[in-house]
Each structure stands twice: as C-alpha cells, then as structure tokens.
Write a protein that binds this ligand. Sequence first.
Ligand code: GLU
Length: 471
Amino acid sequence: MNTVRTRFAPSPTGIMHIGNVRAALMNYLFAQQYHGTFVLRIEDTDQQRNIADGTRFILKHLSWLGLTPQEGPEIGGPFGPYFQSQRAAIYSKHLQVLQEKKLAYQCFCTPEELEARRNRQIAMKKPPRYEGTCLKLSATEIEQKMTAKAPFIWRMKVDSTKKISFQDMARGTLEFDLQHFSDFPLTREDGTFTFIFANCIDDCEMKMSHVFRGEEHLSNTVSQIVLYQALEYKLPMFWHLPVLCNQDGKKLSKRDKGFSLEDVQAQGYLPEAICNYLGILGASFENEIMSLTQLAAVYKFTSLHGASQIKYDIEKLKWMNHKWIAGYDLTKLVQLCKPFLAQQYDIAKTSDQTLAVLIKSIQTDMQTLADCATLLKFYFERPAVNVAAFTEIADAVVFDQIKTILHQNINDEWEPFIAAVKQQSKAAGIQDKILFSTIRIFITGSPKGMQLHDLFVCLGSKEFFERIRSL
Ligand code: GLU
C-alpha cells in the first residue's frame, strides 16, 4: 500500500491567499508524484473567524485550480469527518490520554493576568512565556476553583530541560531547545480545542506522512513535536515553505490587497498559469512552462533548498499567463474571456463564433484575460477618428483619395467591395499596404490588427460601412 499522504488544511475564513495556494499546490504535487493521497481538511475550530460559505469557497477554488483532493468534505474518505468542528470527540479522547499521563493541566489564569505578566516580561527584556503558574496549584486549590466555576483551559506541560528535533525536507534536521517554549494551551475557555492541538491530532489520526505548510508555522511545529512524542505518534516529514515576499522583500500578508486567489482570478490569470508560476517559484527548471501533470513528474522534492523567503514576481506571473493564453484552446478561452468583456460591454448579441474570431486575433497579445476588454474595445465601441494614425502612414491627400474610393464602393458583399477598392487605389498609385492600414484605421482606430475580411465578418457589413461612412 502506498503510504504517502499529504493534506491542505485551510481555515474557512473566506480568503485564500496566494501563499495558501502554494501550500495546497506543493502538497498536491508531492502526493501526485508518489501516487499518494491528497487530503482536504477544514480547520474550522475558531468559530469567530469562519464565514458561512467558507468551505464552499475553498472547494470551488481548489477545483478551479485543478488541485482536486482525493479525501475531504463532500468527497469523504476513511479518516473523516474532514471538518475539525465535527472531531471534538477525537480531540477529547487524546486530551484524556495527556491528562492520564499528567502531561496536561488546568490553567485558571485570566486573559488579563496573562497579558499583565506578558507585558512585565517584555518590559524586563525577557521573552514572553507562560510561567507555569497553575502547574503549582495543589489539588485542593484546583477543587476550590472548580467549585467556584472559575473558567479554565487545559495546558500542555513542556519539559524545558529537553531538546527536540525533527526533519524538514529543505533544511534537514532541525533542533530546538524547549527552554524557549511555553506550556501551550490545548483548549479554549469555551471548551473548544486550539489550533496546535487539533491540527496535530488530525495529522496523526489521518495518518499524514508529510506536512508541508508555511514557514510561519515553524514554532507551532516545535510545540506539536512535544505532542507527537507525548502521544507516541510517528513524526511526519515536514517542509516549511518559504514565505512569499514582494519585490522589496516585505512579507505578503493576508491583508495585502491583490494577493488573494480571488484578486488574482479577477485580474485575469489562468489557473494553469497560477499553479505553474507558484510551482516553479524557488526552484529551477529548463523548461518553465508546465502543466500540473508535468510539474508533478519533474519536481525535485529531494533537492529543495532552505531559503526562508522567495520573491513573488508579478511580472513573471504575467509572462507565464501570456504564454498559457497564447497556447490555450480557443473555445475554452472564449468562455473565459466572456465575463471580462461583459463587465464593460453588452456582449449579448455577439455570437460565440464571432467572439472566437475576435479573440483569436488578439490571443497572442493578451497578458491577462482582462486585456481582451481593452484589445477588443474597437469592436464594441466605434473608435474616434484617429487623425494622428493616418498622418503616420500617408499624407492628407492620399487619405482623402482613399476615403473617396471607399465611399464610392460601399457594397453589402465583401468580394466586389474589396476588388473595386483595390483596383481604383492601384490606378491612383496607392500601395495595398497603405490602403489596408487606412481601412483598418477607419474601422478600428489602429493601422494594425485583424485581417480586414475578419473585421467585415465580425462587425457585419452594416456596421463596417457605417464606420466608413461616418468619416
Ligand atoms: N489552518 C492552518 C492554516 O491555515 C493550517 C496550517 C497547516 O497546514 O498545518 O494556516
């Protein structure tokens, strides 16, 4: 049986940051490469941060990206439920084991007391740490507090005399001295379980072989190793993914606008390009343009390097998006461009067939899908007469000659129109190239662009000649 199991464990807060996408992607690629299982688990224990449709968003986003889990909510699997909010009984059982081993204790310190102590430690230039106050309570004191119904949490006892170590795929063996770590909370005052506890128990119970997550979780990992050892679970292999930074080296935070998946999607990036870009980030490949399948096949998980930061380069993403759009299936591209066009124009009367001709003509010019609205503006809105564009290609006399020829030959049919216009222009000594560029300026405002016949077909003869007549 294949034992590689990876997971993506987001909280349903409604925002999928680009860093979360990268974590999901790496877990997905690794599972694919080793023919393992990619699991989705919803970490919804913090009710205040959850939004009602959070899980639906996550499933929708993952499916859009092509990162489909094999186990998870709505999919099922042997290690469910896949919502932390439905796993309280599992956490309670493990808490009980820790209680029996005398490794968990009740803490009655109020948030105000903790805050005051923390401030005092900071003022004394000491690292803020729980001082083990409630560990010193006698059985009678605990009983009294319980009788008085004093609120409490369960804390994990951390043996500060010990050191722990674990494997990180990029950095090798990491060792930490537990004297720098506090006795950490396992539960909240309302009886729910903390992230550190629930997340670790789930990884154990769901038999995760590998845990890939953002570097910001490194200190959580240390606390969780204490739990793994206390509960005698085998450690998974960790990979703490480098933090994504902007060009100035500043960490991209969840609050930064423009870096949620929804923002990037709205800016017109293809899922293939997003995964491709996030997949090659921080590694090097001969051919950088790769599908998920190709990435899964060639990614070298065995030679990761331990950088703690990598730059998120929007220009590179744009370049990759451009490459992906240029090679995209036209029929699919038309459907993807439609919402961007519909944001600005009434596209109801434009057939898919016409859109396909229009989009094909700009396919290699688009960097993002949103560009189609600018590049096809000429089609939906009659362009203003671009006198400057004319003067760049011919002098005013030639322009007037062409205008007269065009006006004399207006015809519902393309062939007779273009044949007559070509013949008369030739007689007047006007080169075809100048003729065609001038017609294009009449129709689109620009000398370059679509084939004239395509323009005629897309716009229809009525609109085509109205644009010529209006000059
Ligand atoms: N819910 C955590 C987060 O979204 C999960 C971290 C992990 O992958 O362990 O940051």
